[in-house]
Design a protein around this ligand. Structure first.
Ligand code: SAM
Length: 365
């Protein structure tokens, strides 16, 4: 998940009926295989769903080896399993990530060769069981990744250059607004359409994982009926959008890409795309949400250009006070150029870039 979105993920889980605990940037919940499928299919702002296999305190490599070796790996991994191990160590006595990773790998290989009577050789030619070990403040957590490619990869986006928001980041931003599909939504700088598409998926109650597969599909102990059953059920829960979504951009070529993405996501008919510059933007719509990710202007030479754009936004969008307005920007002068102080600012990280989510609350008509 994007840094700063832990509470959003927790709320999503709670809305699905789970009790949650947040720690070290992770949100924990309990469940079985059906819940693995459900959360992979439905969580919009999360990054990955992992099964926590073991948690223990560790400050030396011997304990790390012993604790990992003590798990019943043959129960989890078939003899030909491919099991890459990712290691992370943060603010801990054991800080060398390559060492942590290789000790964990060795502890598993030793146990498996013993359990399968293999004498030091495991083919690793079968299904992938991605494992990860993360040590934070001397507490180790060993986990199995049930997702595979991050959940932000919904499967609807065509590749192109530009700076699209990750799908789970866009969904997380929308979850920070009052948008629920019953009132209009406008993205005046839509780029490849991520915010508008994610909004349409929320508004229609489409499960964001509908089109993709997950690593759990390959696990030999995983109930193979669960996934198709839940996808089929999710499809019955889709309903028509209740309010318009408008996606604009100055650049017609990027709008063409947005339309392909929207088509792939099955929401092309739900979004009105329009080529228009912010300075000429006008709408009859009322009482909704405006959300945008204007160009950041990271390079110094772009500074004046983005300042002018933020000013134009202030002139055409600012007066639309029946809308709640949300802008993601990194420039410290955003509010000054926009011409209005935000009701609230939220600090977020878009990848490594520190950004602010400026929130202007509506005066509803
Ligand atoms: C950072 S990108 C938005 C990315 C988008 N959120 C996505 O996920 O693909 C900013 C967009 O603002 C558009 N833009 C720049 N100046 C504009 C203007 N004056 N009026 C409308 N759109 C503009 C650019 O064409 C670009 O697509």
């Amino acid at each position: 998940m994007g840094v700063g979105f832990e509470s959003v993920v927790a709320k999503e889980l709670q809305a699905l009926g789970y009790n949650t605990r947040t720690e070290d940037g992770r949100v924990f919940f309990e469940g079985g295989q059906a819940d693995v499928v459900r959360t992979n299919l439905w969580l919009r702002s999360a990054d990955r769903i992992k099964i926590l296999l073991k948690e223990f305190r560790v400050t030396d490599f011997e304990t790390l080896y012993d604790q990992v070796n003590a798990l019943d790996w043959a129960e989890l991994l078939p003899v030909d399993a491919k099991f890459p191990v990712q290691g992370r160590a943060v603010r801990s006595k054991l800080h060398s990530e390559p060492d942590v990773q290789s000790i964990v790998k060795k502890a598993i290989v030793d146990k498996m060769t013993e359990q399968y009577h293999r004498r030091g050789f495991l083919p690793e030619t079968g299904a992938v069981y991605p494992l990860d070990i993360r040590i934070y403040k001397d507490v180790a957590r060993v986990a199995l990744d049930t997702t595979g490619e991050s959940l932000f990869k919904r499967g609807y986006r065509v590749e192109h250059g530009g700076a699209p928001l990750k799908e789970n980041f866009a969904a997380g931003l929308l979850k920070l607004t009052p948008f629920n599909g019953t009132h209009p939504l406008i993205d005046p700088m839509t780029g490849s359409g991520t915010l508008a598409i994610e909004a349409a998926l929320i508004g229609k109650n489409v499960a964001p994982g509908t089109w993709r597969s997950f690593t759990y599909d390959q696990f030999d102990w995983f109930d193979a009926k669960l996934h198709p059953a839940q996808v089929a059920q999710a499809k019955t829960l889709v309903h028509p959008l209740e309010a318009p979504i408008l996606a604009c951009d100055i650049d017609q070529s990027i709008l063409e890409i947005a339309k392909v993405n929207a088509h792939n996501a099955g929401v092309l008919q739900d979004i009105s795309f329009k080529q228009v510059a912010v300075k000429d933007f006008a709408t009859e719509l009322e009482n909704g949400v405006i959300i945008a990710n204007p160009p950041y202007g990271k390079r110094l030479k772009d500074r004046d250009q983005v300042a002018t754009l933020y000013q134009e936004m202030g002139q055409t969008l600012g007066p639309l006070t029946s809308f709640s307005q949300y802008y993601l920007a990194s420039a410290p002068f955003f509010e000054q150029a926009f011409g209005k102080r935000a009701t609230k600012k939220r600090k977020l990280f878009n990848g490594n870039l520190r950004v602010d989510f400026y929130q202007y609350w509506a005066n509803r008509k």
